[in-house]
Design a binder for this molecule. Structure first.
Ligand SMILES: [Fe+2]
Length: 296
């Protein structure tokens, strides 16, 4: 029989890992137990606070559905997602920076021809996106894939719109032989992360606003290169300086130039003013650095 006091409990729990035969898992669990126990001792957690935390975590899990990922939102708003991404995807050699996946990714968006309008039937100001996908040494990457998604011009993702069951403002576009891509969508606006669940309650209690600056998401991939999960942020958008999920990176801020009604570069006649944005994505070769996917 052995009992533990408030200090010896930590070594005792870590000691139970002695039969663990996965060294990486053992290291992670050892550090997790150490920091978690230190945290409890540090704040002298009360039983009611501990129960509140248990209820909160339970609520976060139970809020998840096949269209809502409250766990990712919790990770995002606590800055953990961007910390993991920054550790695993250092931007160097001029490669495009990574940022958060966010909770609204939907796999298997439709493959569309270059020049397609991703935002057919979506409210928002029309925008022509173009640029190239290149290797860090400037070589054009043919057949690179851009998996693109955004909210509408009012900041709502298809998943959030009541009664909307299909994909909106999503699509996959491939580059041509010169590494060029182009497509049409809308100019995204700032929006609040979902605030009607436990994470929203946490933000209110912390005295924080829930807004993200306007951005369009993309996962850019090409054979033989590291896949990058990233955004283009709208220059001048509100909340660029206080992104609720800490995902803003200056190198990802793109200029959206306003044009009067007329013919856009794809030959489409635009009856309203439209925007044009141009951005090149540079990818590092696979094996250039830690290629750990964080999966968020
Ligand atoms: Fe987003």
């Amino acid at each position: 029989m052995r009992e533990f006091d408030e200090k010896s409990i930590t070594a005792a729990v870590i000691g139970r890992l002695s039969q663990c035969d996965d060294p990486r898992f053992k290291r992670i669990m050892t550090a997790l137990i150490t920091h978690l126990h230190d945290f409890v001792r540090d704040v002298k957690l009360t039983e009611s606070e501990w129960l509140t935390a248990i209820e909160f975590i339970t609520d976060v899990g139970q809020t998840c559905t096949n269209k809502r990922q409250e766990c990712i939102l919790l990770s995002d708003t606590l800055g953990v997602s961007v910390l993991v991404i920054t550790l695993n995807h250092p931007a160097d050699e001029g490669s495009v920076e990574s940022t958060v996946l966010g909770p609204f990714y939907w796999e298997d968006a439709p493959d569309l021809p270059r020049g397609s309008n991703l935002a057919e039937g979506v409210t928002g100001e029309p925008t022509f996106y173009s640029g190239r996908v290149l290797s860090v040494d400037g070589r054009p990457l043919e057949n690179a894939l851009l998996d693109i998604w955004s909210g509408d011009g009012e900041g709502n993702y298809d998943m959030q719109i009541l009664g909307e069951t299909g994909m909106k403002a999503r699509g996959r576009i491939r580059t041509d032989a010169e590494g060029r891509y182009w497509f049409r969508s809308i100019r995204p606006t700032f929006y609040p992360v979902p605030t009607d669940g436990p994470v929203g309650g946490m933000l209110r209690k912390m005295g924080r606003h829930p807004y993200r600056p306007g951005h369009i998401h993309m996962i850019v991939s090409a054979p033989g290169h590291l896949t990058v999960t990233t955004h283009l942020f709208v220059a001048g958008s509100q909340y660029l300086d206080s992104d609720a999920v800490f995902g803003m990176k200056e190198s990802l801020v793109a200029q959206f130039d306003r044009h009067p009604p007329g013919v856009d570069p794809s030959g489409e006649r635009m009856e309203t003013p439209f925007y044009m944005v141009n951005y090149d994505f540079r990818l590092r070769p696979a094996g250039a650095a830690s290629a750990t996917s964080v999966g968020t």
